[in-house]
Design a protein around this ligand. Structure first.
Ligand code: TRP
Length: 449
């Protein structure tokens, strides 16, 4: 079985080294496994929650798209798209919003942090809290559940959101699945060794601490940032403690075991911090130099990036559109044309009095319905070019000619001599479908009397 891996990256900033090591690189490595079916996307709807600067949103989407591609994402292997190109995601967000418990969302860390801060400063608890922030986990659940991801690579701060996606998905399954598990239960996937890189000051590398090392801007920017890494004040020649050095932690995230062992031993033997920084730069530059060049090539061709992302969206919607159709059906947003009374799943007394009714479509074609005595629709035919053709086929059925019924999902189709003639509505479950098949056979059986 293939494993579906899905992750999103919020488009508010420019990816830095921490994003690369913590999210981008492991995601790309995972996407190369033969049993992986990866979905990666720009979480630009999430970006709107945090940022009301359109230029920054747009710039960031472009930079993040280019970063992932430059870092080696192969769009033929994976599905790479912008969240905002998939309208099914917002629609699913609403379906999930209607089953998500408010109490669950009250516990979301990001929302709680805002409330706590307000309370601390004597503000109204909800000051500055938008519904977007409050519903953030529901949107994220829709991202994940829309594609039935098994694994969701994320930073530690996002584990709670993945758990909420499970909760919400489970509740939907329970309410509407009728024994069917619409949604797979996703797991958060944390790459233990490098999940969070330390920044220049040793705290988690994060834009909000202004302690990041840039990824692809330029070699010089990277070198400048590295020169600002905070170390202790031990002089060259004095033994350094690698395990208490975030410079060493950064090195470890990119080096081979041999390089790590050598660096450790050199630090213990008194390698100067200046030299240590220059070794870190050399390592990062050799790991990332080529990707940096790719990045700048891509950024200069935004129209190409647009094409790549639109093709990705099309691929994603091949999954999302039919699946959302099933979910709409499940909650009761059904076409009037094909709807059946859902309450009765038992045997239906239709044998006598079933009737064919033909009608004309707006496009001039003809179709017929087979209605049970109580008016319930048993079959809807395909379109026929003219009324005569439609009439001939319904007559064949009335006169007891042979036909074949093929179950399809919770409905079935009717075939005569290998030709698709008509289809049933979708029923609530397989049992209701099978009962309807029996009723139909009875209704169309040659009359004995
Ligand atoms: N909230 C995530 C973050 O800030 C980004 C994200 C949005 C995401 N939707 C997702 C991650 C779905 C994984 C799956 O990092």
């Amino acid at each position: 079985m293939t494993t579906r891996i899905l992750t999103g990256i919020t488009t508010t900033g420019t990816p830095h080294l921490g994003n690369y090591a913590g999210a981008i690189r492991p995601a790309i490595v995972a996407s190369r496994q033969s049993d992986a079916d990866s979905f990666y996307f720009l979480a630009d709807y999430h970006a709107l929650i945090k940022c009301d600067d359109p230029l920054r949103i747009q710039r960031s989407r472009l930079e993040i798209a280019a970063t992932w591609l430059a870092a080696g994402l192969d769009v033929d292997r994976v599905t790479f798209y912008r969240q905002s190109d998939i309208p099914e995601i917002t629609e699913l967000t609403w379906l999930l919003t209607c089953v998500a418990a408010k109490g669950l969302l009250n516990r979301a860390h990001a929302y709680k942090a805002s409330v706590d801060k307000n309370v601390e400063t004597g503000e109204d608890p909800d000051a500055g809290v938008t519904m977007g922030l409050y519903s953030y986990p529901v949107l994220m659940a829709a991202d994940i559940l829309m594609f039935n991801a098994h694994q969701v690579p994320v930073g530690r701060d996002q584990i709670q959101h993945v758990e909420m996606a499970r909760d919400i998905g489970q509740r939907f399954n329970h309410l509407f699945g009728k024994g069917r598990e619409f949604f797979v239960m996703p797991e958060a996937l944390i790459e233990e060794s490098v999940a969070t890189l330390p920044g220049l000051d040793g705290r988690k590398m994060s834009k909000s601490y202004d302690n990041t090392i840039p990824l692809f801007s330029s070699a010089k920017d990277m070198k400048d940032a590295i020169s600002r890494i905070v170390t202790d004040s031990k002089a060259p020649g004095e033994a350094k403690d690698p395990d208490n050095s975030h410079l060493f932690t950064l090195y470890q995230a990119f080096a081979t075991p041999e390089q790590i062992a050598e660096f450790r031993s050199d630090l213990l033997q008194g390698l100067g911090w200046g030299e240590a920084k220059s070794r870190l730069f050399t390592l990062l530059d050799s790991e990332l130099g080529e990707a940096r060049e790719n990045y700048h090539r891509l950024i200069e061709r935004p129209a190409d990036l647009e094409d790549i992302l639109l093709a990705g969206a099309e691929k994603a919607r091949k999954v999302a559109t039919p699946f959302l159709g099933e979910l709409r059906e499940a909650v009761g947003l059904r076409s009037f044309r094909s709807n059946v009374q859902v309450a009765e799943t038992g045997k239906k007394k239709v044998a006598k009095g079933a009737r064919f009714v033909s009608f004309r479509e707006d496009d001039g074609s003809f179709r017929f319905r087979l209605l049970a005595a109580d008016g319930e629709q048993l079959l809807l035919s395909r379109n026929f070019a003219d009324g005569k053709a439609a009439g001939a086929v319904s007559k064949q059925l009335q006169q007891g000619s042979e036909f074949e019924l093929r179950p399809e999902h919770f409905g079935f189709t009717l075939w005569i001599n290998g030709e698709h003639i008509a289809e049933s509505p979708q029923f609530v479950d397989a049992a209701a479908r099978d009962a309807a098949i029996e009723s139909l056979k009875l209704a169309l059986a040659p009359q004995q009397d």
